[in-house]
Design a binder for this molecule. Structure first.
Ligand code: 0GY
Length: 294
């Protein structure tokens, strides 16, 4: 199996952000990858990342002025959560996790994940990243993790929203559902586009649906200032201040256009959450409630 990475490496030396996050801030979307010799990538992965071990993530957390991480299992490790478990064991109270589960996961495996700090399961519908999984399989997993008090994280791209809407609404009838990266809008259409208004309506009509206002680096056509993405994130933060999360997305797997500077990504925060109160909800209150139960 080749281990050559097929996307850009993460930024070797991100700048110190000008924006200082409030004490206790949470980076609620980031990943750990490898190291390959301990935690091999999944044989059916769609891309091979650069190793991005937990030590590097924790260094970045401190450098950017954050206190905690929510580490999300990405497709390149499939449903083998061992690198995630290892990172959570070392981080203790400073991290929580979101897993990817195989349909035949046992109750004992779920218990281990729960004990180490996993609080959610991710359902990935992005066709370039995963082979498709029937919705019934996801529904069954959602029912199983409900007993543990976990929530669901869903990743899809905006053209798939209408197809997924009944499924999302059904999940959200009695469980929190977090949508990754604002449902990946096409930002060239503008914040008043039918497409983005449909996403806003999804949150308006479903009080259990949350959004991550993350990933300007993937959505932008104006790197590195990300000004075309800011109105989308700001609309969500101002309309749903108690249901938004923010994350770096480090180490930015599968990026081919540019290498984001994580310090520059942090400097976007005050542009999308314009007051101390909105920043505190986005970076502390919301993630602490969902992942630390406080
Ligand atoms: C992300 C985005 C991506 C990758 C994954 O699971 C993944 O492999 O999430 C992507 O390529 O858009 O959230 O990190």
């Amino acid at each position: 199996m080749t281990m050559d990475p097929d996307y850009l490496p993460f930024h070797p030396n991100p700048k110190k952000p000008s924006y200082v996050p409030p004490q206790g801030a949470v980076d609620a979307h980031c990943h750990v990858f490898g190291p390959t010799d301990r935690f091999p990538y999944h044989p059916k992965r769609k891309y091979t990342p650069c190793d991005a071990p937990k030590e590097k993530l924790f260094e970045l957390r401190d450098h950017l002025g954050f206190s905690r991480n929510v580490i999300v299992q990405a497709s390149c490790h499939g449903s083998d959560n061992t690198a995630l478990i290892d990172a959570l064991e070392v981080a203790g109270e400073l991290a929580r996790g979101v897993s990817v589960l195989s349909p035949d996961v046992t109750d004992d495996e779920l218990k281990i994940l729960d004990e180490v700090g996993v609080k959610g399961v991710r359902f990935n519908f992005v066709k370039r990243l995963v082979d498709s999984t029937p919705k019934e399989v996801f529904m069954d997993l959602a029912n199983r993790v409900k007993a543990l008090g976990w929530h669901i994280v869903v990743y899809f791209e905006s053209p798939d929203l209408e197809d997924l809407r009944p499924f999302l609404e059904s999940l959200a009838s009695d469980q929190v559902v977090v949508i990754d990266h604002m449902g990946r809008p096409d930002v060239s259409l503008g914040v008043d586009s039918d497409e983005f208004l449909a996403f806003m309506r999804l949150l308006e009509q479903n009080p259990n649906i949350w959004a991550k206002v993350s990933c300007p680096e993937r959505l932008t056509q104006q790197a590195p200032d990300y000004s075309d993405v800011i109105p989308f994130a700001r609309a969500l933060v101002e309309s749903f201040p108690d249901r938004v999360l923010w994350g770096t997305d480090w180490p930015h797997p599968n990026m081919k256009s540019h290498v984001p500077d994580d310090g520059a990504l942090v400097d976007v925060i005050p542009l999308i959450a314009g007051t101390d109160e909105l920043q505190k909800k986005l970076l502390i209150d919301n993630p602490m409630r969902l992942y630390w139960g406080s």
